[in-house]
Design a protein around this ligand. Sequence first.
Ligand code: ADP
Ligand code: MG
Length: 221
Amino acid sequence: MTLLLDHVTLTYPDGDGRLTALDTVSLEVTAGSLTAVVGPSGSGKSSLLAVAATLVTPDSGRVAVAGTDTGGLSRGEKSALRRERIGIVFQQPSLLPSLTALEQLQVMAHLSGRRAREVRDRARELLAAVGLDGETHRRPHQLSGGQRQRVNIARALMNEPSVLLVDEPTSALDHERGAAVLDLLAGLTRERGTATVLVTHDRAHLGRADRVVTMLDGTLC
Ligand code: ADP
Ligand code: MG
């Protein structure tokens, strides 16, 4: 199991009490499969991704990524695990305004200390895989919203993650571009063997998922 959440509960401080964002949530995602998470706003979808990304530590329960139980890891070990094993795509592409598409990807891998040549080849290959071979030297303002989201996805794959976590990638896109991004994610999941969790509002695209789960008030069903 590439991503495993086992009886995960997460609460946030809320006035005098606590708000339960995740209530005993269990989820298993295998390599090369895409799980879509749907559910109303505030139901806990982003919290689920934050816990899976090891960005937030749950109150109880177990999170394992690529066979590593994250419970006993130090902050430094968690950030190494994130860098090496987890790709994260948020709703709004957070691209650096002054960098070209190619450079957005290269920056990621330089952080992990790989050779420049290898990094550039991989960045080019990934931009081609997301259909941006002709756009590698464009900066964010020279790209459409859909193209920026593709750069964002390619960047998340730079370090060959085992787990890919994607939060509402199509919310800023029209239906057609949203569908294209979802097709792309489904294809990349299979080709690259990632365990992918996709949060989406858009039920129209769910046919591309191997499995669809629903969050309701912090509970997965
Ligand atoms: P979704 O992504 O489904 O909209 P979230 O996971 O963002 O849901 O939020 C689940 C619940 O947790 C909501 O009630 C939200 O207000 C609350 N919440 C989310 N993040 C925080 C936080 N950092 N501090 C306090 N409450 C939060
Ligand atoms: Mg959310």
